[in-house]
Design a protein. Sequence first.
Length: 60
Amino acid sequence: MVSSIITQKFYDNSGVNKCQALQDLIDKYRITHVIVESDDLLECSGLERTYIDNLIRCIK
């Protein structure tokens, strides 16, 4: 199970800090997809949006 502290760090940050928190999760837990609210403007290099609707976005 992914540590809730690391996960919370991802969801609580923005910009470069959020991208670094995401990279930490990928490195430690080898996650492949992240679900964020559709209004979350997550823009990190190497990400691909795989699903978008009016509530959520799925990113890999």
